[in-house]
Design a protein around this ligand. Sequence first.
Ligand code: GSH
Length: 208
Amino acid sequence: MKLYGEPGWGSALVEAQLDWYGTEYDLERVGDLFESLHARQNLARINPIAQVPTLVLGDGTIMTESAAITLYLAELAQNDTLVPPAHSAQRAAFLRWLIFIVANIYPTYTYADDPARFVHSPDAQPSFRNTVNEYAIKMYVVLENHASQPWFLGERFSALDIYIGTMTRWRPGRAWFAEHAPKLFSIASATDEVDSLKATRQRNFPNK
Ligand SMILES: N[C@@H](CCC(=O)N[C@@H](CS)C(=O)NCC(=O)O)C(=O)O
């Protein structure tokens, strides 16, 4: 498999899962998709919206969308340690919150990372960005209110904890979570200490 990504970006979600399962893959850095038109054009050849993670499977099939990849990798590895299996007690909650994260929280980064794609007037862009970031915070509060401990689903570690460990490094940042979303902060901190994910974390977040 080949994973297109960039350290600390959304590809880290998939990198962690590939490492967890021990799946072989090559990582190809895409460059800064916001700063480099060349990087965007290159990635757009395989993913028309030029986002990471983009995963090319062994047979050449292209997968995007981290939640789809999360479900697919668990099936491929025939390993349910990150994804509660069908009919298990945590399956419904897992699916609900996985999709909640990618449908309600992840797009707020798409909108606020580069508001010019959504709001043409430069004058209106800062306020659009602030409003989107405030909305993201509301969504994180909902997530916080539904989080168990020590992991999001309770005693069972899952891919949700990998999402939380990774995304809490993005806006608004770990310090905000420590103060306003202590359960998510605690999950993220515990995920940092999971032995089999430490190398992935260090590659993606070397200074944090
Ligand atoms: N729905 C996608 C979102 C992926 C995404 O937004 N990735 C960001 C990096 S964290 C990206 O590539 N942004 C570049 C852009 O939006 O142009 C998923 O869940 O995989």
